[in-house]
Design a binder for this molecule. Structure first.
Ligand SMILES: Nc1ncnc2c1ncn2[C@@H]1O[C@H](COP(=O)(O)OP(=O)(O)O)[C@@H](O)[C@H]1O
Ligand SMILES: O=C(O)C1=C[C@@H](OP(=O)(O)O)[C@@H](O)[C@H](O)C1
Ligand SMILES: [Mg+2]
Length: 174
């Protein structure tokens, strides 16, 4: 199988961390839509949002998704990639879509210990634990609908990788 693999899920679920490890396990390239955006614009997510608003960032995110999609590539997407129907359709049509699922409590704990403010400007203006509850309430059904497979992201990264590999090989066998 050489189709791209798209990792989706909320901020802090491990798309970037697990994506790198998964790409090594498969001998695939690794790319991250936010990193691509930062490199191509020479600006951080926070800077883009400050100058162009979330609307501007979301339009650029869609372009970034299309630009990085290639065979034998693991693609870590930004947490809001599923907000546009167009992005969901594109990922479903071009590859395998994996949702890294985690509770708001686990996500908030990870984000509090490593906020990476330049990558993650606030989405709601609320404290991080409340924000992650709000975000999951709004988006869980979108992650679910977009994904071919859901995996438990509340385990060590290498175990998440194993679970993804298992889902993909089961999908191949069926
Ligand atoms: N499976 C995991 N277990 C524990 N910590 C994790 C795990 N995955 C990611 N992290 C940590 O959570 C934070 C966010 O991870 P990251 O990969 O940037 O998530 P995302 O790209 O989904 O926002 C980082 O500090 C990372 O080290
Ligand atoms: O959830 C979101 O809307 C966002 C998540 C971020 O990516 P990560 O999920 O990699 O943190 C980044 O794309 C941007 O701050 C918006
Ligand atoms: Mg990321």
């Amino acid at each position: 199988m050489s189709l791209p693999i798209f990792l989706i899920g909320a901020r802090g679920c491990g798309k970037t961390t697990v994506g790198e490890a998964l790409s090594q396990a498969l001998g695939y390239a690794f790319t991250d839509t936010d990193h691509h955006l930062q490199l191509s614009t020479q600006r951080s997510v926070t800077e883009i949002v400050e100058t162009e608003g979330w609307e501007g960032f979301r339009a650029r995110e869609t372009e970034s998704l299309k630009a990085v999609t290639a065979p034998r590539t693991v693609i870590a997407t930004g947490g809001g990639m599923i907000l546009a129907e167009e992005n969901c359709r594109f990922m479903q049509e071009h590859g395998q879509v994996i949702w890294l699922s985690a509770s708001p409590e686990v996500l908030a704990e990870r984000l509090e210990s490593e906020p990476e403010a330049a990558q993650r400007p606030t989405l709601t203006g609320r404290p991080i634990a409340d924000e992650m509850s709000d975000v999951l309430r709004e988006r869980a059904h979108l992650y679910q609908a977009a994904a071919h497979h859901q995996v438990n992201a509340m385990q060590p990264p290498q175990c998440v990788v194993e679970e993804i590999l298992l889902s993909l090989s089961l999908a191949r066998a069926s």
